[in-house]
Design a binder for this molecule. Sequence first.
Ligand code: BDP
Length: 678
Amino acid sequence: ETGYETWLRYEEITDSALHTQYRAYFQTIEIKGNSPIIESAKEELMQGLRSLLGVTPKCLSATGEQASCLIGTIADVAEVSQAIKERLREEGYAIYSEKGRLVLVGKTETGVLYGTFHLLRLLQMRDHLHDLRIVENPRNQLRMINEWDNMDGSIERGYAGGSIFFEHNKVTNNLQRIKDYARILSSIGINAIAFNNVNVHEEETKLITRKFLPDVAKVANIFRQYGIKTFLSINYASPIQLGKLETADPLDEKVRAWWKETVADIYRYIPDFGGFLVKADSEHRPGPFTYGRNHAEGANMLAEALAPFGGIVLWRCFVYNCLQDWRDRKTDRARAAYDHFKPLDGLFHDNVVLQIKNGPMDFQVREPVSPLFGAMPKTNQMLEFQITQEYTGQQKHLCYLVPQWKEILDFDTFANGKESPVKSIVDGSQYDYKVSGITAVSNVGNDENWTGHLLAQANLYGYGRLTWNPNLSTEEVTTEWTRATFGDNEEVIQTIHEMLLQSWLIYESYTAPLGVGWMVEPGHHYGPNVDGYEYSVWGTYHYADCHGIGVDRTVATGTGYTAQYFAENYELYEHLETCPDSLLLFFHHVPYTHKLKSGVTVIQHIYDTHFSGAEQAEQLLESWRSLEGKVDSERFQQVLERLEHQAEHAKEWRDVINTYFYRKSGIPDEKKRTIYPI
Ligand code: BDP
């Protein structure tokens, strides 16, 4: 096995009692309808059942004979109760069974498809099918994936090979791979994708022209069959680069007309086109600032062009000065998104959604939650995660991010009083947003196993499941993935489950300490470099000197960033006494001898966690080795190689970080371990 099948392996059921039970329910199947989405559901069900049960069930088409399994939309399945009908929302579905009969109904065809994946998952989890009463609706409206793929076939921050969408400055002909990806995404409930990089270079700018739209349409056709809408990232300067205009000023009539025409053209090729994803005025990308316009004016111009077709604008809030003066301790990159966007609340059209990274900096292993969540009651918001492990080991290290995402989703913003967690902001329930949801940067490339590190597939899976329902527990999601991917052996399941659950904290413990972040190689961001970002223009500092370390972001003496939070969180972070240890150096500058809540000093904490983190990385490897012969050899070998590298690399991290702080502070390790290798 190569890992290509992901969690859709549908491993054969060996338990004979279960096998008999399942076979009875799938003796005969009737699937109502024959649209492309229904066809996808049918194909998946047949393939899944063949593989799980080793038999091909008989399909009935309206013969009058009653099928043991009936599938269709509520419009097509007459016998659905009113109570169920009322509970189903867009994309929702119900699965119920009684008297040896199974019924799956979707509110829409997409609901049928999601329900089919759910049904197959029940079999993958070896659950029994008697007396089912399942009603499911997605919590989030937009459940999206952003690809950072370039047309030359490379992927920005991609760690699993090249693009599955582009090669040689064209859309690929390998549409089968895209279809397989669509299946994978749909199985976890994803319903939207932007498949070109947010940094739109010259070639990608042309994706919205007739030269490429037929090819974009081919990709969109595939995704449509799996209930996924296609979006494109656009270049804000397109009117200049493509339209030969002199300006891209959003208030210029010619510019506005140009976008309207361009959008109309796109919809000729892709009638259900989702809209645009825009990175503007960020990291050298063009935007409305050039013309003295604000981001509401910038976004609304595009929103107006898209509105007649039902399209939306996903406008990124990752806007900051990437050329700042590093000597100036008052300027704070963490403040940027809030400072730029909060004053614009209420000025955006209702088909604009602000796309906000989970933290105020940039996908570090540990950051506080962005204070922008909940701070704009009159503006649609969505959350952006990063599945691709840019700062979390680049799919060479094991770093399972579901526990991190859960913390973020559950974080109480206090925006609307107590119980205003991030998940309730982005699912639109807190402020009744018209459009909202969650998106994330994909970790997939054309490596045979999709994600490079086989176990990194768990991040993609977990992302989709949490986006569908943020209330699922980490344990549930992890068990699902592990079982579906590795089968029935309890020891295998247990071991991998534990490895995944520990991995984020292990990674954190041997890298930059206590929330300070950024001690990575500049540029590619892999491996330790203690001062690599310290004297540069990116706004990414730790301020370590011989006395102490950390960024003072308090109102009292620092950059004032803490004031961007609602009162409860402001109080929490502003004061040393209450600030959680894990984020201490994000918010405060302290001496190395400062005592943490855990009772140890900052310097001793750094030594302790780096020694133990490297040891734990070694233990991950040992755990995996214990599975030799219990996991098929190819997949075993793939993971083994990555974990071997991680164990070695963790030692390098340990030594670089420990040596640095020993030299800076001059304080020896209480436990007298060797700080630097001899
Ligand atoms: C950073 C990446 C950079 C992206 C940028 C973004 O290093 O490659 O272009 O974020 O999100 O994480 O726009």
